[in-house]
Design a protein around this ligand. Sequence first.
Ligand code: DGT
Ligand code: CA
Ligand code: ZN
Length: 572
Amino acid sequence: MTKEEVAQVLEEIGELLDIKGENPFKVRAYHNAARALAGTDRDIGDLVATGDLRTIKGIGEGIAEKIAELVRTGHLKYYEELKSTLPSGITNLLAIPGLGPKKVKKVCDALGISTVGELEYACNENRLVELEGFGARSQEKILEGIAYLKKSQGQFHIDFALQNAGALLEKIKGFKGVARAEIAGSLRRGKEVVKDIDIVAATARPGPLMEFFASLPVVDSVIAKGETKTSIRLKSGMNADLRAVSEEEFPFALMYLTGSKDHNTTMRGIAKKAGYKLNEYGLFKGERKTPCKSEEDIFAKLGMAYIPPEMREDAGEIAAAEEGKMPDLVEENDIRGLFHVHTTASDGTATLEQMALAAKKLGCAYLGIADHSRSARYAGGLDAADVKKQHKEIDALNGKLSGLILLKGIESDILPDGSLDYPDSVLASFDFVIASIHSKFNMTEAEATKRLVKAMKNKHVTMLGHPTGRLLLSREGYPVDMRQVIDAAADLGVAIEINAHPFRLDLDWRLVHHAKEKGVKIAINPDAHSVEGLKDVSYGVGIARKGWLEVKDVVNAWPLEKVRKFLASRRA
Ligand code: DGT
Ligand code: CA
Ligand code: ZN
C-alpha cells in the first residue's frame, strides 16, 4: 500500500467513527495521523520497517500498529469490522456540503438512507421537513449541496491529476518508438481542477503504443481503443486519453489538444485572416503544409508572440500576442521566499527548525512563519505568550542559520466583526500579518465583503489569506464581492494571497488577472502544514501564470530588501 492509500484508510476510519458518534478526540487522532503521514517525505515501508512511525508527531502507538498491519498485509481487521457496522458507502454522504456526521447518522437511522441519490430523492419527497433536527430550510440546503457535488463530480484536484499524468507520461516516453510526448488539455493549461488527462505522443508506429497504453498495470478498464486514440479509466478513478500522431503533426496536435476550445476557435480565425487553415493536423496554405517544429514556430508563422499554455483561455491573450504585449510570466525559479507556513506551534507537523531547513534546501532566501492566531483553538492557535516564545525561537534560529532569514508572521483570524485576533501591540510585533476568515462562514455577501474590507484597514495587515474560503470540489466559498475587496486592497496597499494548496487556489485566477490590472500585489503562499507542503507553491505559480502575473506583481519573487520595504510601507 502506498502512503496515500494508507492515509485514505485512516481518513475513512475517522469519518466512520465520527458517524458512529465516537469520542471526538479519537476521531481527530485518525485525521491527524492521516495528515501527518501525508506530510512526511519518508517512505512508508521504511517507516514501518525501522519502527520510526512513532517519531512522527500525530501518530500514536495504537494507530502506528494499525498502519503497520496495513502496510505489511494490505488489510486492517479493525477497519473491516468498523465498515461492517455501517451501510457501505455511507461516508460518501459526508461529501455533501453542509451535511456533517451527526446528520448523516440521523438520516441513515431514521430514513434508511446510505447514498447521495437516496438522500436527494428523499429531499424531493420532502421527507426531511418533518424530521427532527432538519426542516424545510435545512432540506433546501442539502439539495443545494447535492447539486454542487454533482457539478463537481468527475473532476479532480490538480495535485492528484498531475501525479497520475506524470506516471503515465513517463511510461509513454519510455516506450520504444516514441519520439516526443507531452501532457495537453486543461492540465497543461494549469486549470484549478481538471476532468481528465490528455496526452499526445509522436510515433511512427501507433499500434503497439495503443496496446501498451491499454495494458498498463494502472489501467482499470479500457473505454475505447482505436488505431491512434485510446481512452482508459485508471484504477485511481481518473480517465486518460492518449493520442498518437506523426512527428510532423505533433506541434499542431499538441496545440489543438491543449486548448482551450475557445482559444482554439479564436486562433483558427486568426489563421484564416492570414490566409491559412489551422487544425490539429497542420497549418495549411491551400493544400500546402507549412512545416513547424514546435508551437513557437506556429505562433511565429502567424505573426504572433508565443502564448504560454496557462494563458490559453481566450481571455485577451491572443490580442496581446498579436500586438507584442505579452507579459513575461513569473516562473517557479523566480520564487525567492515563502510566506504562510505553519509549524508544530499551531497545527503543522514540522518544527520551526525543520521548516526552515527544508525551505533553505528548496532555495528560499526567506521564510515567513504564520501559525494560527488564538481564536483558532481547534488548530492550536497562539496566544500572546506563545507568540513571544516563538519570536525568541526565531531570533535564535536567525542567529544560527546562514542563507535563510525567518520572518515573524501570523495568520490572524478575522473575527466576525472584521477586527483582528490580537491587540495592536501584539500585531505590531510581527514582520507581517496574514488576515484570514476561519469561522462563521454563514454571511451575506454584503457582510462578508464588509468583514474583509474592515480587516484590511488595520495597518498591520500585510495580506489577505485565502480570500473566499473555498475548498475546490467540496465547498463553495462564502459569497463575497471580490471586485470590491480588490479595489480596497489596491487603495490600501494590502497584498492578496494566492493560496497554493491544491484544494484552495484562492484567489481564483480569473480574479488574479483583475487584481493585477488594479495594481494589487500578490503573494503565492503554500499554506504549508508540513515540509512536503512547501512544494505546493508550484501549483500557486501555475495559477499566477494563468492570471498573467510577472515578477513585479509577486511579493515573494522579490529580494528580501524589497519585501522589507513593502512590509514597512503598509505601516508608515
Ligand atoms: P477538461 O478535460 O474538461 O478539464 O478540459 P480540457 O480543456 O482538457 O477539455 P477536453 O479534455 O475535452 O479536450 C482537450 C482539448 O481538446 C481542449 O482543450 C481543446 C480540444 N478540443 C476538444 N474538443 C474540441 C472541439 O470540439 N473543438 C475544438 N476547437 N477543440 C476541441
Ligand atoms: Ca482534458
Ligand atoms: Zn487559513
